[in-house]
Design a protein around this ligand. Structure first.
Ligand SMILES: [Zn+2]
Length: 89
């Protein structure tokens, strides 16, 4: 499980790291994580977490594999989150 401020990737044998996208609140991070879980192509689930380095929120993979069932749940959850944020605005 990656709980880092950085996202690392390999190009050939070279390892690069870039700062992850930061979200100002858990809600923002969760909304994006849920959107990726519902409509993304990743086989692993994305979760939101608070970064100890910058104090902002990032999203990262956990080791849960996305099943059709989980994707359906994520779609429903995403709708709920969207409706909630509409109510606030
Ligand atoms: Zn960070």
């Amino acid at each position: 499980m990656q709980r880092s401020h950085y996202y690392t990737y390999k190009v050939g044998s070279e390892e690069h790291s870039v700062a992850k996208v930061s979200y100002p609140s858990e809600k923002d991070a969760l909304l994006n994580a849920t959107k990726f879980n519902a409509y993304g192509k990743d086989i692993h689930k994305l979760v939101a977490y608070k970064c100890s380095k910058c104090g902002m929120w990032h999203i990262g993979h956990n080791h849960t594999e996305m099943t059709d069932d989980l994707r359906e749940k994520a779609k429903q959850r995403y709708k709920e989150l969207c409706d909630e944020s509409k109510k606030v605005r």
